[in-house]
Ligand binder design. Structure first.
Ligand code: B12
Length: 457
């Protein structure tokens, strides 16, 4: 039986997209169903949706959710026998993706994409561990994948598409209308077809919930982030119009009974002007009355919204905001170009929680050159926010700094000779050791125990 979502079993298969699992589940099984990744691979589902809209038979194999072994994946692909198989590359699972690709039948064409394809195209194109590369697509895949499915020869006319032919690296020419390929209009794009996703809906706070992607790209340039402006220059920042977002919410409400919406991606609440438009549109939608939602925002944007604005958001169903707070040290915030301050974080958190809106803060410990005293300032800030005791609930996510390729931090470390991805492990375990890793560990573990934080360290 096929585990590939969204395929038409009665037609030859054009494309199967594989969501790279975080490990080979045969060698290292993972515990329970409940810790299965809760965020589905929307990027792959968007590509499959575009392919289906053009008449192709495409599907998505979510090997992470299904906890598949490399062998299971190879069997599934062999059974479906698609013309093309594609896989999303992440830096820390790149080697695993390569192992999976080596086990696929040799008559299937291979396409690569995702964040690591953007960050390290040259290394990937030269990597002898990959069996073949028929298309490496940098950036958003929808329009270019459809062209590749129409005719493999089209790759020569597609921007930011590379491949290897007879041992040589080749590259598509950038046509005059390159932007139409790289940054298609989001409002015109078909709504993502959720039949391609395993876990499109879940339950949050007792309500049927679904995630929605309402924007792409980030105009900010935080030095550690793989989707910062300078690390992802091909992505134009775009927002779907409020009406297109509301249409997707209404369809989910009607068809699946969804009453809690989670706006995925960095920056939904990106400007007071959009917040105002969206709130206004929601207030006028009877069909969506009583819904609740959560989204990501920024400290500097919320610093410009007053208590009345927050009450309006709360009344429009805003239940929780996630903010990248990152650090409790002004020196670190300046270094990572966060465009905010510890005072602003305290002010905004107090305001948001006082309005009865829950707040989740993301924090990073162990930036290069970060001192133990600065890390302690971050731990103190986490404690302060947990202790505020306002009507909204505070929660934190804690991460250890990781130098993702393409980011300003990784470039600086490489230039200083402190970071050297090894031939064997590439970016899975790059040789970079935080100067104060003992103190970092101690602080993180302490906070996790104190507040029951489920960190991603
Ligand atoms: C949601 C999210 C997740 C979700 C879903 C991941 C998934 N499988 O799709 C979860 C929580 C599971 C996750 C996990 C991880 N993530 Co994450 N994630 C994100 C986030 C916030 C948004 C991604 C998203 O949905 N974008 C919207 C969709 C529409 O775009 P997209 O996914 O980029 O897909 C488009 C293109 O990339 C391209 N594309 C993608 N795949 C493919 C494949 C082919 C064949 C082609 C042709 C094109 C193509 O076309 C898509 C449609 O336009 C990004 C930040 C960002 N802005 O990208 C980080 C980000 C991608 N994640 C990141 C990381 C590091 C991870 C983890 C490795 C973290 C960890 N330590 O475990 C794991 C990887 C596990 C895995 N194998 O899935 C980094 C990647 C950096 C890097 N160089 O690898 C990012 C950039 C954030 C950061 N830290 O800077 N992540």
């Amino acid at each position: 039986m096929t585990l590939i979502k969204g395929l038409d079993a009665n037609r030859p298969v054009d494309l199967v997209l594989i969501n790279t699992p975080s490990r080979d589940y045969e060698k290292r099984p993972k515990e329970s169903y409940k810790d299965r990744g809760s965020i589905p691979p929307f990027g792959l589902a968007y590509i499959a949706t575009a392919a289906r809209h053009t008449g192709f038979n495409a599907g998505v194999l979510d090997a992470e959710f299904l906890r598949l072994s490399d062998r299971d994946i190879a069997d599934q692909i062999a059974q479906a026998a698609p013309r093309w198989a594609g896989i999303n590359l992440f830096s820390i699972t790149y080697g695993h993706s390569a192992r999976i690709l080596r086990q696929l039948p040799t008559d299937i064409k291979i396409m690569l994409g995702g964040p690591h394809a953007r960050a390290c195209p040259d290394d990937i194109l030269r990597d002898a561990a990959l069996p073949r590369i028929d298309a490496l697509v940098i950036g958003e895949g929808e329009t270019r994948v459809v062209e590749l499915l129409k005719d493999t020869g089209s790759r020569a006319r597609l921007p930011l598409v590379h491949w290897v032919e007879n041992g040589s690296v080749r590259q598509g020419a950038a046509p005059a209308d390159a932007r139409a390929f790289l940054a298609p209009d989001l409002t015109d794009m078909p709504l993502v077809d959720r039949r391609f996703l395993e876990n499109s809906e879940s339950v949050t706070d007792g309500l049927e919930s679904a995630k929605i992607i309402a924007s792409r790209g980030c105009p900010y340039d935080c030095t550690f982030c793989g989707s910062a402006r300078s690390a992802a220059p091909d992505v134009a920042v775009r927002h779907r119009g409020a009406h297109s977002i509301i249409a997707e919410m209404k369809a989910l409400r009607r068809e699946k009974g969804v009453r809690y919406f989670d706006f995925l991606y960095e920056l939904f609440l990106i400007s007071p002007c959009f917040i105002n438009q969206f709130t206004h549109a929601l207030e006028n939608e009877k069909e969506l009355s009583g819904i609740r939602w959560e989204a990501n925002g920024r400290v500097d944007v919320f610093d410009r919204i007053d208590a009345e604005g927050l009450t309006r958001l709360k009344n429009a169903g805003l239940s929780k905001i996630t903010l990248g707070i990152e650090s409790g040290s002004d020196a670190v915030l300046a270094r990572i170009k966060k465009q905010t301050s510890v005072d602003a974080v305290r002010r905004v958190s107090d305001k948001v929680l006082s309005a009865g809106i829950h707040l989740c803060g993301n924090f990073i410990f162990g930036f290069p050159d970060e001192t133990p005293a600065q890390m302690r300032q971050t731990a103190d800030l986490v404690r302060h926010l947990y202790g505020l005791g306002r009507p909204g609930k505070f929660s934190a996510f804690i991460y250890e700094f990781f130098p993702f390729p393409g980011t300003q931090e990784a470039r600086k470390l490489i230039a200083a000779g402190k970071l050297q991805p090894t031939a064997e492990h590439g970016w899975e375990q790059p040789q970079f050791i935080c100067a104060h890793s003992g103190e970092r560990r101690r602080l993180i573990v302490g906070l996790m125990r104190e507040f029951g934080i489920h960190g991603k360290n």
